[in-house]
Design a protein around this ligand. Structure first.
Ligand code: SF4
Length: 198
């Protein structure tokens, strides 16, 4: 039987720290007017049932662990779509004291779907693109390979680590990630550094 995940992708939606503009558009894409369901899309609230993770809003110290937890609860193959420019890069809030950056500071992103707010048509385009990546990952897994060699995970720099009390420590790999503000850019110093200064 010719089985493909992309024929009936289940999506889960999480609002990181959006202004709700992008959330309304993501949900609008699922309504009969825009009708993402014609591609077999089903909205679920259970990460274990979801194939595609739709995230709106930027990442901060409060929601970063939540985004990671949802992602880690999803089974492979899975795809992540950053919905709206805040989710892609932090958007207009990028330099805010509490914003770490886009969703790729927390987890690998497979599809970047910009817009402020994102349009329902863009959400559907992104889901269709994610479906193609899902098929690639599934094919790799059926051949005994690693799905993390496909899509955003293949080139992901590891994002940022949070240390005690939710402060940003450093990138897991490479230098300072593009979306992570340095301490001098408004983020408080890590607790260890703060204690040394006392
Ligand atoms: S991209 Fe625009 S509409 Fe979407 S969460 Fe950010 S500010 Fe709001």
């Amino acid at each position: 039987m010719d089985h493909k995940m992309s024929r009936s992708p289940w999506v889960i939606h999480y609002d990181g720290s959006s202004c709700n503009g992008c959330d309304i558009e993501v949900l609008a894409s699922l309504t009969p007017l825009f009708d993402a369901e014609r591609f077999g899309v089903v909205n679920t609230g259970n990460p274990k049932h979801a194939d595609i993770f739709l995230v709106t809003g930027s990442v901060n110290a409060q929601n970063l662990p939540v985004v990671r937890q949802i992602y880690n609860q999803m089974l492979e193959p899975k795809c992540v779509v950053a919905c709206g420019i805040c989710a892609c890069s932090g958007g207009v809030f990028r330099d805010a004291y509490n914003v770490i950056g886009g969703v790729d500071r927390a987890i690998p992103v497979d599809v970047y779907a910009p817009g402020c707010a994102i349009r329902p048509e863009t959400v559907i385009d992104a889901i269709v693109e994610a479906c193609g990546i899902l098929d690639q990952k599934e094919a790799v897994m059926r051949a005994g390979g690693d799905p993390l060699t496909v899509g955003g995970a293949a080139t992901w720099d590891g994002g940022v680590e949070l240390v005690e009390d939710g402060f940003v420590a450093a990138a897991k790999a490479g230098g300072a990630p593009a979306g992570a503000p340095a301490a001098s850019a408004g983020m408080p110093a890590a607790p260890a550094a703060a204690k040394e200064a006392e």
